[in-house]
Design a protein around this ligand. Structure first.
Ligand code: DOR
Ligand code: ZN
Length: 349
């Protein structure tokens, strides 16, 4: 068996649903899935059942994570544009601020006219993460030009969205972007086949859009899984929620793409490790590493540790299965099993 050793991966965009929707995922199952996917650090999103828009809710979330997490975990704060008093109270406890400018899970979309006020109110230099699809790119550009705070555009999915980021970078604006594995490996054709299991925001795009992302991978700063678990029952309901899990499938998909010559190992490590560390100010550690068995295999729902128990990539042939994970020198995962005690991961500010 050939083993590849990588540094612990960093995913700045996961939805672990805890507290409030722990039937979908919780901090133990979500960070177990992270380890199984080679991630030792994740940043959680604020669109919980009760959005994380106050210090009190953030503290409740951190308390829950402290008891359960088996990976290092940080938190992005939330806003609907009406909680500016909370910003200074939480700034030392969060990794960034997430703003939703389009409809998605949690009904958490802001009034676009408030964007500039939110930018002005956000203290210090921690990154602002935007869910900003093509239709709102002009307002983002204007806001960034007026208040140039460090901004990360989440899950860029189309040619138009990536061109927007490329233009903003050319203008010297402090912008970065991520793409998800589902936008790199699935298209609108797969959405037809997968039905609700291929239903997420942003929607899957055309093969032409997908090709543009691959052809301009150097303009993409990082890969973010946007791990968004929902139960099969919810997905099979009349109004399926948006979102697909991704923590356990992203690394094998990217390693498979590397084996096919679609990117280099240097690019893979930049996008799954060093760029997320830089953009979100995370410190990495040489004793935090992942050993990957590079044999070929098929992705199977039954092998997943995410509580939702399914993947839009089930049935796919890939190379790479995480064999062992070391976190700050301790072996925390081996042969499909979590060895770490719940609560042994670190809380990151
Ligand atoms: O598909 C999505 N699901 N996109 C998002 O922006 C949110 C996420 C979720 O929380 O389920
Ligand atoms: Zn998300």
């Amino acid at each position: 068996m050939s083993i590849l050793t990588l540094p612990g991966l960093i995913d700045p965009h996961v939805h672990l649903r805890d507290p409030g929707q722990t039937h979908k995922e919780d901090f133990y199952s979500g960070t177990s899935a992270a380890l199984a996917g080679g991630y030792t650090t994740v940043l959680d999103m604020p669109n919980n059942a009760e959005p994380i828009t106050t210090l009190e809710r953030l503290e409740a979330k951190i308390a829950s994570a402290k008891k359960q997490t088996v990976a290092d975990i940080g938190f992005n704060f939330g806003t609907l544009g009406d909680n500016f008093d909370e910003f200074t109270k939480v700034i030392d406890k969060v990794s960034g601020l997430k703003i939703y400018m389009n409809v998605t899970t949690g009904n958490f979309k802001i009034d676009a006219n408030k964007l500039i006020e939110i930018y002005k109110a956000w203290p210090g230099s921690k990154t602002i993460l935007l869910h900003a699809e093509d239709d709102v790119s002009e307002i983002v550009l204007k806001t960034l030009a007026a208040v140039p705070k460090k901004t990360h555009i989440c899950h860029v999915s189309s040619q138009a969205e990536l061109e927007f980021v490329m233009r903003a970078k050319e203008k010297g604006l402090p912008i970065s972007c991520g793409v998800t594995p589902h936008h790199l490996f699935l298209t609108d054709k797969d959405a037809e086949r997968l039905g609700p299991y291929g239903h997420m925001k942003p929607f899957l795009k055309s093969a032409k859009d997908q090709k543009f992302l691959w052809d301009h991978l150097d303009a993409v700063d990082l890969i973010e899984s946007d791990h968004a678990p929902h139960t099969k029952e919810e997905k099979d309901s009349a109004e399926p929620p948006f979102g697909v899990p991704g923590l356990e499938t992203t690394l094998p998909l990217m390693l498979t793409a590397q084996a096919e010559g679609k990117l280099t190992q240097k690019q893979l490590l930049e996008k799954l490790h060093s760029n997320p560390a830089k953009i979100f100010g995370l410190v990495t550690d040489d004793t935090t590493k992942v050993e990957v068995d590079m044999s070929e295999r098929t992705i199977k729902n039954e092998e997943l540790l995410t509580k939702c128990g399914w993947s839009p990539f089930a049935g796919r042939r890939v190379v790479g299965k995480v064999q062992a994970v070391y976190l700050h020198g301790s072996k925390v995962f081996e042969d499909g099993k979590v060895l770490a005690q719940p609560g042994s991961g670190q809380i990151i500010a």
